[in-house]
Design a protein around this ligand. Sequence first.
Ligand SMILES: [Zn+2]
Ligand SMILES: [Zn+2]
Length: 246
Amino acid sequence: MRTFSQPMFLLVVDVWLFFDRLGVATCFLCCARCSPVQGVCEQCLLALPYPQWSCEKCKDPLTVNDHILCGTCQKQSRMFDSCVAPLEYAFPVSTMLQRVKYNRQIVYARPLVKHLINNLQKDYCDKPWPEALIPVPLHWWKLRKRGFNQAGVIAEQLSKAIDIPVYHHLVKRRNNDQSQQGLSANKRKQNMQNAFALRKPVPYKHVAVVDDVMTTGATTEELCKVLKKHGVETVDVWCVARTPSV
Ligand SMILES: [Zn+2]
Ligand SMILES: [Zn+2]
């Protein structure tokens, strides 16, 4: 099985950029020739961090498979109805998503979103698809500083592939919180209280909230809570990756 390392990744990025300028499609992770649509070769795709077991409700990666639900989902009900998050937030997925978010290298999102689409197609083969996609919004100040919303970029790529419209401005984020990184689950939850408000009524009964990564789920849950309070009956959550809670 192929393994990845940070120094190798940095070297590969330079080589990949060189080939990209020449118009040659190579894998983002090993520089082998590959389909320009896929972005990552078959071998690297198989070596990405897939959780062996995960919580049936929130997709929290589990270390053992003796429970169907994680500890949190056993103790409390979730505001969302289902969750698709096929990858674990670990290297190289974490680095690829950080490059999308902080370096605006959108190209790294492509293979991850394609993988998410494959999983969605399996998941929704026997149940109805949502009517609209709602990316988790950024506070306007953060959006202005960053210039784009990574969740919006992912939602646009999904929308093109599965033909479901994206609504970027239905919900606004009221809190300009600092990064939630390093905060406990309870602190994250407190920070997110009343973080979202609707700009206008949502004319749908079934939507999917889209984000790049779900950590404790505090942000996603707060957004789902607002949507349900205003008449949405079913809220699914779609993320590229899930951070393990332990
Ligand atoms: Zn590769
Ligand atoms: Zn769970």
